[in-house]
Design a protein around this ligand. Sequence first.
Ligand code: SF4
Length: 454
Amino acid sequence: MVVSKRYFLETYGCQMNKAESSALEALLRERDWQASADGADADLVIINTCTVRATAENRAWGRIAQYAAAKRQRPFKIMIVGCMAEQYREEMKSRITEIDFVLGTFQKQSFGLVLDQMEAGISLDASDEKPAYVFAKTHHDPGAFRAFVPIMHGCNNFCSYCIVPYVRGREISRSPCDILLEIDRLSEAGVREVTLLGQNVNSYRWSGEEGDLDFPGLLRLIAARERTKKEDVRSIGWIRFLTSHPKDLSNGLIQVLAEEPIFCRHIHLCIQSGSDRILTAMNRKYTKEYFLSLVEKMKAAIPGLSLSTDILVGFPGETEEDVEDTLDLMKKVGFSYSFMYHFNPREGTPAAKLPNRIPEKVKKARLARVIALQKEITQNSLRARLGAEDVILLEEFSRKSGKELLGRTARDEMVVLAADSSRLGSFATVRLTGLSGNTFKAEEGGSCDSAPQP
Ligand code: SF4
């Protein structure tokens, strides 16, 4: 029987994992568990893992080994959840015997039951069955003014390098009623910014008695509902979404973004490579030309739009010419920022079996070139914004000064503003006056305490 109930939760990987961790914490709170500042005095350590990149996976294995060593000194429970738990379910407990529970992506709905059994002193593990994925009701951390709302889960795309379809399964979309209900609750809780989440939000599709709903349709529904809310519950000013696949980004979506100002003028649109040859080998199902024409269409329809991306270099068989194609595409699009990484094979994916691996040294050199170019593009586009007025959401204390807050524009640019803590979670109109690294300095240019309204 667990008497003290303190937990410590570590999360690795994507925003979906962060949202799912918030949902797990809600279940812990319902059962009167208290969050511990670190794992040293926790009765239960939970590690929510990621297997998309080798680095995240290696870090998680390292942390699990550390907790296993600590468990030999004092008793506590170790639970592993998330994509590594799904991928290595069989071998995890035999590899590290100190692990008590392994809950894969599809077993997370057993989390509450496992907690109850643990408290009752019953040491049953979650079933090995793979039930249908169930969306949690809430992913909100109490008091937070930004929140994630998962709208779909899984992926059907099978990009040749990616493990996600194997550990998260096929796409399923969440009921629009449940999405709207969760957003309603967030409005009532004073949340200012919502991010709709999915591995490929553009392929959201719901079929119900009322008919079919695609992603643009869902966005219109959300925007219309937010508009009709009374002043006292209308707190959400901005809605973002993650992640978009270029092949599924429709004209309908571009139109909604152009017409509904509640949606931020920023899209994270993963390109991965600028080489058609490599894009085919990656099974991405678009070409560089298609991507460029899509970007042109979006920029024409949505003034002020900023685009960020993911770039993967060193894919098997990649040549210098392929790298040049990627650099050329980056220059043509002018991504505001990129998540750049080099290829590391993920066991179980088709790309892991491909010949013509690029040597580590060459991969690193190519990645360095891509990073250098992105830095230059980012700096140039930020400098061009100096003097502009914009609205920011004040999110947190600046690390450099207690008298400054860190905010973010709808275009996903970081901004520092002199303001006191009472302004946290409010919108402010500012003038961008300087630049320190990739963060703007700003002066207040008239304040708007209430959220920007659609
Ligand atoms: S779209 Fe491709 S990269 Fe993205 S989650 Fe699906 S398979 Fe992975």
